[in-house]
Design a protein around this ligand. Sequence first.
Ligand SMILES: [Fe+2]
Length: 306
Amino acid sequence: MSVSSLGYVVIETRDLAAWREFGTQILGTMEAASDDPEVLLLRIDDRPFRFWIRKGDREAFCAPAWEFASKQEFDVAVARLAAAGRPVDHAGIMEARARKVYELVRSSDPCGNPFEIFYGRFYDYQPFVSPAAVSRFVTGDNGDMGLGHVVLTAPAFETTHAFYKEVLGFRDTDLGRFFLAGGGPDDAGIGFAFMHARNGRHHSLALGQMPESPNGAVHMMLEVGTLEDVGRAYDRVLKTKGKIQVSATLGRHVNDKMTSFYMRTPGGFDIEYGWNGLVIDPATWVPTTSLGVSDWGHKWAHEKDD
Ligand SMILES: [Fe+2]
């Protein structure tokens, strides 16, 4: 039993128009018809939506939604959540129908990061066309690699890391520990865990042993089809003359080989926009330990010039 992929994300905003403009003009996602004027839906592939953005009174990343391939696996996950003492909040039938899934349960991890789980692979057969001429978003064959990845904070790192593996079936791809407090025997280090679901994406979820993010997530990642797609998106961000902030310059990660940059969303968290991420065989992968973050680039906006 394991999560098959990152299905969609739930975001809350005071300003749907800002997200609509950011989503369509900067990211190049496609707006989908929504039955609710208070909900903005954005597509990146054949799925009815990959972003569920609702109007509310805060700017936040609310929840990733983890997809299961069958009702059987979904039911096992629900039972494990209950056994682990985590909340199990079954959405009503009309709410699940609005999400275009068969069943939906809301829960949270031991650090209190909310998430949703669901099963039911719904399709929108209206062709995906990017309003910003992005060639394509990489979600795998029939979307099996999911939307991308999400990085969450986990101050209670060990417990939360174990929870995602034992309760939701994630597996380790790459583990890191950075010793910033002197590096002596008493320095426990700061943990990072990059985990894969049952698909070839290097990681669908990463946890960082960091204080809770005020915006609900550290970042999420979208992967596009070509390096030119990344470069053109970088140009679109620069053209806003700072209205959309570059959080990290172009660079390449060592562990998932992603060539990417980071931008600040209207929600206050970042989106990594990348190309050419490593595809692994989840059945045979042996976890690695990376000693660094990036081969080159990825200079963060908060870093001082050197
Ligand atoms: Fe990332």
